[in-house]
Design a protein. Structure first.
Length: 155
């Protein structure tokens, strides 16, 4: 079970890159997002909730194994944040899958790396594993806000 938790936490290996593991980890979820892009709202919601649950379940064990509760190679939280970003673009804009995933990825990574406002607060103030997950959810939430604004402007 410990090995399973570790592999889930590192995004099935997508976060094991020695350079920019958060970025490579986020890239790891893109094929799944491409595959479900046209899926129903319920598929998107259950996928998001599933990733959040897997994050809370797997992050503590991976943190122990990596000797850091928020090690960069733990990327299941990036998967959940990117899922929210992609969901936002999918349901609140008219962008195609390719453009939507590209812009979602770009926006999510910018907010995840720069950690503005709520992203930084979640990372600093919430306990592990919640802070590890919620900073990425907040980064995805910023993309949600942009998607809503863009969707309203282009309507």
């Amino acid at each position: 079970m410990k090995r399973l938790k570790f592999w889930i936490a590192v995004g099935l290996g997508s976060g094991l890159s020695p350079r920019a593991p958060g970025t490579t980890g986020t890239i790891g979820v893109l094929p799944l997002l491409f595959f479900i892009w046209e899926g129903s709202l319920i598929v998107w919601i259950f996928g998001f909730l599933g990733l959040c649950g897997l994050s809370i379940w797997s992050i503590p064990e991976a943190g122990v194994q990596l000797r850091d509760p928020d090690h960069g190679q733990i990327v299941i939280d990036e998967w959940a944040g990117m899922w929210l970003a992609a969901f936002s673009i999918r349901f609140f804009t008219d962008l195609t899958v390719w453009i939507g995933l590209f812009l979602g990825f770009l926006g999510f990574r910018i907010f995840d790396i720069t950690k503005p406002g709520l992203v930084s607060w979640c990372e600093r103030k919430l306990p592990v594993p919640w802070g590890v997950l919620m900073d990425d959810i907040a980064a995805g939430g910023y993309v949600l806000i942009l998607a809503l604004v863009f969707g309203m402007i282009s309507a």
